[in-house]
Design a protein around this ligand. Sequence first.
Ligand code: SF4
Length: 468
Amino acid sequence: MNIPNIKEARKRSDKEVSYIYLNQEYDNSAFKNKKYFLRTYGCQMNVHDSEEIASRLESLGFVPGNSIEDSDVVILNTCAIRENAHDKLFGFLGRCKHEKEKNNPDLIIAICGCMAQEEGVVNNLLKNHPYVDIVFGTHNIYQLQELILNRNKKQQIEVFSCEGNVYENISYKRESSIKAWVNIQYGCDKFCTYCIVPYTRGKQRSRKSNEIINEVKQLKKDGYKEVTLLGQNVNAYGKDIDGELSFAGLLEEVSKTGIERIRFVTSHPWDFTDEMIEVIAKYSNIMPYIHLPLQSGSTNVLKQMGRRYTQEEYLELYKKIKDKIPNCAITTDIIVGFPNESDDDFNETLKVVNECKFDGAYTFIYSPREGTPAAKMDDSISLEVKEKRLQELNSLINNYSLESNKKYLGREVPVLLEGISEKDSSKLFGYTDTFKLVNVSGLKDNIGKIVNVKITDAKSFSLDGEIQ
Ligand code: SF4
């Protein structure tokens, strides 16, 4: 049993990262046609981890189920970022417990993801939720099959609180056959004062560039049209490996594979180089879209957050990107109500939004994460004030999203069609190169193709169009 330990998770040493080539084979008759139900919360990293988890379950013979009630194993891949994460976890567990007690005593219940890395959560599961069979951490996904095969009456907790390794030769059950996530880096060393990720995902570890490029080449061969290079701070790619490519160098090599569309998330402004901007501007298969988290427009608050840039530096970077890549869409993340954020601080955020006129933004009210430095800060700002600020910010952001979308009216733009719209089954949906969601009428045969679409209507969060 390995229980998480936040002190260990905080450590950063000079110890070299191990690159481990997995060679795991399992008997897929072990759970032949038994069903699994996998629910995922949180960021793209978790979504991609779930693609690995699904593949691992299927290697044992499991097939996808539709609900807790019709499944033999349920796995909840948790997120520690959102405020209501604990409620979601324990609400979900309540349903699982009911099912196991009333109908299916053999149901295997497993918890993983960032919340599984939290000491407090795991101690609570041990003490109060004995019906949970398996808890495995973000560093322990490779052990999943063993944990299921060797389960016994006792709870199995396998959560390493370590800096982490890099595993290669992982197979994924990808959600899409059109676009794919490609991990380029794991963990983070930035330690922004509000963020739990450096504790839940370990230190920054880049994958070797040849592995990444080979993966992209294979995806291209398999017919994928788009890859998104994935990391907590992709701009810092390669800094942890002597002689490795920089992120700009990696982007250039990935571009040369000829895959049709390349995206990347997430960027930290502090590590964003001029070389990166040059490369994005130069290659037409690197999409003109950047998610550039601002977090706050106030230099004072940015300092408290440990973000390592000032308002002026963010604006300078923003301007450089727009000067070199005028059609580049830029979205952002903003936290409202960081401890002691004054009216003046908040007005600085509004000022930056008014200058940047972002294409879109994910906005949140600050909520403390246990174990982070910001969680220990006193806070004099009431929730009511924070909620008002969030409303004001959202209405400004929505105006600018609409303004930016309206610029597309009447234009013809390339759209990669990905599937049938969830809201209207007579429509297909896809994305422009600038990551604008577009709904169009058209035949299903167009799914997976990049088509020219004339934009006929613009809303705050999507566009409507007609295939040309
Ligand atoms: S860079 Fe991102 S992932 Fe890393 S600590 Fe800061 S907010 Fe968290």
